[in-house]
Design a protein around this ligand. Structure first.
Ligand code: MG
Length: 404
């Protein structure tokens, strides 16, 4: 077969959900053949665009599209310093597009190339959030009526959001603006919320909760033990990546299942946690670790330790990226659950072929490759937006900044 090479690489930014998404299109020496990938690092999207246009594009033009592994390895080493979110996202856009091309050439959806389906539908979970217990319960009931059986339950924003309503929340004079929270008030509020959900809605529901790294180590231990009574499906990101070795102590003292990984960018960060079976679910953001090529290996590595996958799936991920990871969800024996935030009309217009969801299961369309297209003209209707970063500026009551 004649060698097909990379003719050009284009990058697009569009925001149909008011979140800046980065889409990569790899054009080939075959005029009609192209691939699409997700490179969305929404908080630093301009840096990703520059990394692709100024560095990856000239490095990769002319390369054989068949050699995905060699392209991934050599591009990862081409900056010498590596494993950061900007360069990993840039590489992910190209990597997913090359897999899309591989599937189109094989005339197979990627899950078939990856070994075939292990299940016919992908169980997904939704987010129920509200400012009161009643609001959260109403959202849970709405999702359950739509057929969802897995729901992430939250009250207020991450860490609660009870500024001005509780005694401990007194700030020093001159304290800067921020997303203030009180760790102890947050912990109490979640215990109260879970008690209400279990006593009122019952046990025929799998519950997740995301700590989002808002607690100290010892508070995390206390909180995870309190959560045992409510039999969570998992407790998410209860430690920052810099403190993951503390999972060893959590694991020995509580039976609450742990999910971790959306902030990870380097294999060193997950290797020890998985090998020691300190966590139950790996939930990396595919583009932040470099795309499908490393994610396939990570999923297989986790399988050996009975760690299940729960890939990160909020709205700062394009439908192309969501579909890419759903090919792994279909074909990984150790799939656990898929986070899913829903698509709006704008996303469905710009990305024809979005995954469909019915009665709590997601389905891909069976087209070759990733199966989601990108309408460049319609994307122009949704230009880049100024994003609200305020939730990232979290602070303790005395004004101390906390990493989110
Ligand atoms: Mg999370």
């Amino acid at each position: 077969m004649e060698t097909i090479t990379i003719r050009d690489i284009k990058v697009f930014v569009t925001a149909p959900h008011n979140i800046n998404l980065v889409v990569v299109k790899v054009l080939t020496s075959e005029p009609e053949l192209y691939g699409l990938g997700c490179a969305t690092f929404t908080w630093r999207h301009k840096a990703v665009v520059t990394a692709i246009e100024e560095y990856l594009r000239p490095f990769l033009i002319g390369k054989n599209v068949a050699n995905i592994e060699d392209i991934w390895q050599s591009a990862m080493g081409s900056s010498y310093w590596r494993n950061g979110p900007v360069l990993n996202n840039a590489l992910s856009g190209v990597d997913e597009a090359l897999w899309d091309i591989k599937g189109k050439l094989a005339k197979m959806p990627l899950y078939d190339l990856f070994g075939g389906k292990c299940r016919e539908g992908i169980a997904v979970y939704r987010h129920a959030d509200g400012n009161s217990i009643e609001e959260v319960k109403e959202k849970i009931r709405g999702f359950m009526e739509e057929g969802y059986r897995y729901i992430r339950c939250h009250m207020g924003t991450y860490g609660g959001n009870f500024d001005g309503t509780i005694q401990q929340m007194v700030h020093p004079a001159g304290a800067p603006a921020g997303a203030y929270y009180s760790p102890k008030a947050y912990m109490r509020s979640v215990v109260g919320l879970m008690e209400e959900i279990r006593s009122d809605i019952g046990w025929d529901l799998e519950i997740m909760h995301d700590v989002h790294e808002r607690l100290s180590l010892v508070d995390t231990l206390d909180f995870a033990k309190e959560m045992e009574a409510f039999k969570l499906f998992f407790l998410e990101d209860c430690l920052p990546p810099e403190q993951y070795s503390y999972f060893e102590y959590l694991r020995k003292q509580t039976s609450t299942p742990f999910a971790m990984g959306e902030l990870l960018t380097n294999p060193v960060e997950w290797r020890t946690m998985v090998q020691n079976q300190w966590i139950d679910f790996i939930r990396c953001h595919l583009s932040d670790i470099g795309g499908l090529t490393p994610a396939r290996k990570l999923a297989a590595f986790c399988e050996a330790y009975q760690v299940r996958t729960a890939w990160h799936g909020p709205n700062d991920l394009s439908p192309i990226g969501m579909a890419a990871q759903m090919h792994l969800d279909y074909s990984s024996p150790n799939f656990g659950i898929q986070e899913f935030a829903g698509f709006n009309e704008g996303e469905e217009e710009v990305f024809p072929g979005c995954p469909a969801v019915d009665r709590g299961y997601a389905y891909l369309n069976g087209k070759p490759g990733i199966g989601v297209d990108f309408d460049e003209e319609k994307a122009k209707k949704y230009p880049c937006v100024e994003m609200d970063f305020s939730w990232l500026y979290s602070r303790l009551p005395d004004g101390t900044a906390v990493r989110p």
